[in-house]
Design a protein around this ligand. Structure first.
Ligand SMILES: Nc1ncnc2c1ncn2[C@@H]1O[C@H](COP(=O)(O)OP(=O)(O)OP(=O)(O)O)[C@@H](O)[C@H]1O
Ligand SMILES: [Mg+2]
Length: 236
């Protein structure tokens, strides 16, 4: 079995123009792990995900995907390595039907691309709504569509930004099941979350980011003992 991390970030600094937003991020994710990036608003979690794909300005340090350095590579090439990014704003086409949205994504990986039937098995709601325009779907359905779209590409490393934001508890619970199923199918998942309860139930490891740095790493088995400290760090 390979021990090369699926994602390894070392001493990552990143800028938007003159604005220096990441100050030496370090983190590592093994195949099949779920890790969570926690932090307050503006901490640098989205910027960490965007840095992986080269969607920020300048970057220094190292970002390795399956052992290959990606700093310096253009975004499309990094995505081709099998990365699926589900942005905060969901990125679905509101005027296209649910099914048309699912037919569009380009292939990036080679082995894990899900068929439409597999997608509909995992997201029965999307099957029911297959002919509805994306813009007419509920918030929860749009979020599921946004995740389903990246599963169609064949990506094996999934970067999911705030998927629970603004959704009802019953939908959040469904998303939790989806993330667990994805882990069972062999995907590697990075979750960016504000919802600490959601994240802590799923994550093998949590990284707390503050001012563009990892200020605390909490493994699943340390969660109980770190509760109070985490609450203070996250202001919850
Ligand atoms: N496009 C941009 N141009 C300039 N600065 C940005 C840009 N996007 C984010 N920033 C700044 O970078 C810092 C980190 O933001 P980031 O979006 O990574 O935070 P976050 O942890 O995802 O928080 P949240 O999503 O709650 O805002 C913040 O100070 C933010 O204002
Ligand atoms: Mg963000």
């Amino acid at each position: 079995m390979s021990t090369t991390p699926v994602l390894q970030i070392q001493d990552l600094n990143a800028w938007y123009g003159e604005s220096h937003v990441l100050h030496g991020i370090n983190l590592s994710i093994a195949s099949g792990e779920i890790v969570c990036l926690l932090g307050r608003n503006g901490a640098g979690r989205t910027s960490t995900l965007r840095s992986i794909l080269g969607l920020v300005g300048n970057r220094t340090g190292s970002i390795q995907v399956d052992g290959q350095e990606v700093i310096g590579k253009p975004t499309h090439q990094v995505a081709q390595m099998g990365i699926g990014y589900c942005p905060e704003e969901r990125g679905i086409f509101t005027s296209l039907t649910c099914e048309q949205n699912l037919m569009l994504p380009p292939k990036v990986g080679n082995k894990m691309a899900m068929s439409i039937d597999e997608i509909y098995e995992m997201f029965p709601n999307l099957k029911e709504r297959r002919s509805s325009p994306g813009g007419k779907l509920s918030g929860g359905e749009q979020q599921m569509l946004s995740i389903a779209r990246i599963l169609r590409t064949g990506a094996h490393l999934l970067l999911l930004d705030e998927i629970t934001e603004g959704l009802a508890p019953v939908i959040i619970q469904k998303l939790g099941q989806v993330v667990r199923t994805l882990r069972d199918k062999g995907y590697t998942v990075v979750l960016v979350e504000q919802n600490f309860r959601f994240a802590s139930k799923l994550a093998d490891r949590n990284y707390v980011i503050e001012h563009g740095q990892v200020v605390k790493t909490v493994e699943r088995n340390e969660l109980e003992a770190s509760q109070e400290e985490l609450k203070i760090l996250l202001g919850v």
